[in-house]
Design a protein around this ligand. Sequence first.
Ligand SMILES: [Cu+2]
Length: 350
Amino acid sequence: TYSFLINGQPSKANWTALFKPGERVRLRFINAASMTYFDLRIPGLKMEVAQADGQNIQPVTVDEFRIAVSETYDVIVTPQEDRAYTLFAEAMDRSGYARGTLAPRPGMSAPIPEMRPRPIRTMADMGMAEGAHEMKPDGKAPEAGGSMPGMDHEAMGQGDARSETPSEKPPLMHGADTHGPGNAMIAMAPRSRLREPGAGLENTGTRVLTYADLRALEPGYDRRPPEREIELHLTGNMDRYIWGFNGKKHSESNPIRLRHGERVRVIFVNDTMMEHPIHLHGMWMELDNGNGEYNPRKFTINVKPGERLSFIMTADAPGAWPFHCHLAYHMASGMMLDVMVSDDEEKTHP
Ligand SMILES: [Cu+2]
């Protein structure tokens, strides 16, 4: 079990920030936990989300948001009353919470909400179409239909990178490749979940932030369409505790080689039943949530169970960059890739 902290303080210590009633207060939330997603709210206050991962977005007002490991959100609150408000950060698995206080004077506190029930994983989390009830006992896909094209994840640069239409689409069936022994299950029908707030937050009756809400304040600097696409399946085997991409752990993987300056679409398919916060060093990921040149820039993209989503990036930073799940145990057990960006054609296309 974990102790959940706010700025190093356990809940009982009640970390407190002071405000004057009526003033606008900016709060920067950084999920610095090693393995915990938090659901964050301040009962009695609306939060105006102004930045995601340190990048300005068009403000969106919410009651609650889920923050994945290593994400950051900046919110503005305007507490009007001369009273304390609880900062409540519930662990996604409801195993505990971190708590702090916003107050006009030191030593104040407000009621601490009850934790809500632990979210239940659904068919959608297993990457199955809603209403589907068939899965082989071993969790493997039934034989792929004759017309279903197998995907070759090693063959990068195939397909029309412009053909990917963002946002809500019917599920795309998984190909015949089940990613070998490093992977235990596949998402049969992965689909976009950008409009979903996340497991357990569907029916709060309040406004919960989703990835579909994120719209950059300014257009991106590179408006070129992607020249090619790379599909990465997030894979794992809980029994063996191996995590990786395309069924391979880091030590077995080949680097992703990008030509300096090229524009690439990267597609994630989450074949596991867990969320993975995928973090890229050195370059921005423009989450394709259907907002075109206003797609938000992220350094960490949370991929929900059974989800298919994509981002576009410009390989504008030569060098070798880590690209990994930010859950510490997943990263340590193999969920990491090297991204190599080079001007040298030999190095990018050996
Ligand atoms: Cu992970």
